[in-house]
Design a protein around this ligand. Sequence first.
Ligand code: FEO
Ligand code: CA
Ligand code: CA
Ligand code: CA
Length: 610
Amino acid sequence: MSHDEKASNKSGNRLFDDVLQVNLERRKVLTGGLALAAGSFFFGVSGAAFAAKVGVNAANSPKGALRNQGLIGFAPVMLVDGGGAGPEVSSDYDYDVLIPWGEPLQPGGPSFSHPPNADEQARQIGIGHDGMWFFPIKGSSEHGMLAVNHEFGRNQHVLGKPNPEGLEDVRISQHAHGVSVVEIKKIKGEWLVVSSAAARRIHVNTPVAFSGPAAGHSLLQTPAGNEPMGTVNNCSSGHTPWGTYLTCEENFNGYFGAKGDWSPSESQTRYGFSDHGFGYGWHGYDPRFDLANEGYHNEEHRFGWVLEIDPMDAAQKPVKRTALGRFKHEGIALTIGRDGRVVGYMGDDQRFDYLYKFVSDDDHETMRARGMSPLDHGVLYVARFNDDGTGEWLPLTIDNPALAARFATQAALLIDTRIAADMVGATPMDRPEWTTVAPNGEVYCTLTNNSRRTIADAANPMAANRDGHIIKWRDSEEHTGTTFEWDIFLIAKATHGSEQSFSSPDGIWADPDGRLFIQTDGAQQDGLNNQMLVADTLTGEIRRLFTGVTGCEITGMTVTPDRSTMFINIQHPGGGDATRANFPEAFDGITVPRDATIVLTKKDGGIIGS
Ligand code: FEO
Ligand code: CA
Ligand code: CA
Ligand code: CA
């Protein structure tokens, strides 16, 4: 969303642009010239060299796919078909619509009406479908819990008017945000919502707990003494080896405003708070979101975290894991590193903000057996990219004397994670979005775009970085070390008339075979709608699998264990305006577009992406 684009990092740390430029030059020298301009995108190393480097674990690869007889076999959606009303899917695939905004969370629940009322919206699917994950029940590929983030919905779309006119309107908007956990089952070939004891909505007014180093700190307490509640702007997500869902709070600043006199603190400035926010107007009727209300001083510190949800237990109180830092969390990709330690990679999506990782102190199973969460005890790092293709993970702890001079406690440091990262010399990036860990250990991150890039070099196809790129790296010590080697995986380019044209990569997921699924969020060329592409990391081939609806974003992806079904999301079809797109369809005479989950299957029953 466009709110990610403003820069609030004035630290003067060296911009990633510079390093990238130097690194491209370096590799150009080493290889005798890369085919930088060949086609509308390029991979950082040649297909063959990359295949050799990748060494994808063949044990994870069904049906000999890694012999590379075509990781990608489907007929692509052609440019000429990818615009229009949409959606459009490869002729080798089918799609269905599941859980549009406003559908009941349980069969028999309140059905969609527009605008909803606040009580009903709290028992219906939210809006702004984004990151999600499928949690199979008993390992099934036909039955499980689907946890879905609801990132945002503008007042005009949700309420049918630009501003709330009272607390009821604010509550409708608040209940449309958050997370849905819904039980779904494939019955006679069709995925349906079924009755569930575990299904629930988590929204802006759901009680939550804090855990980790900042829990209980005075900076998380308000003079009013109100208990912590809620999650907002839930963008992408992650999942843990112990079966929980992690939802990430991104543009939380935009829901706050100031009713009276207020001037921002250093911290509030760094996190982009303003007196009007993004125009939601919650602060006019709900004092929690009024920055000028002294009773709710510190309320804003309660947002910008990663929240852990048990998708199998509706009674579990969701927990904000403060050891993971406070910033505009796009998402989190968890993996298991050396000695069983859990490692999470996280982007802070704003122009010139940073990439982070968290490493737990100990083996995750041992910690959990002791009753400790691995996400409460560990070290948070921020990335620095060096010109020569190496990098360092810089620890954000008060063991660093410079940070100890600025922050009294680790809790205070974590609450102002961005300021701490500024101080250690992290590398400002071009809007870090999703991360994913490939089975071979390489980590990928989408850097969606940054129009402020100014380096003009004919050999560098991302001179203004209008279309974004994808970076990859490999950490030392099986993800737990403090150094890494990095390279550019690809530079996106939206080229008129090109079948490979795409811009603004955002969602990304590496499958076990060496495919990368890439989803876009930004203006595409030739009237193309936002899309999902599949890249073969072994050959560098890329094909378009799905295109969305006019004005929508494609985001979120998760598969069943057998990978025969993938769920993706269509977010803000028509930009919420029915005259642009009325997806999925007029419903009982109601003409409002509805964000929705899409079910993708291959006609031959094969693995999604093949
Ligand atoms: Fe919520 Fe950065 O996308
Ligand atoms: Ca979005
Ligand atoms: Ca995103
Ligand atoms: Ca985006």
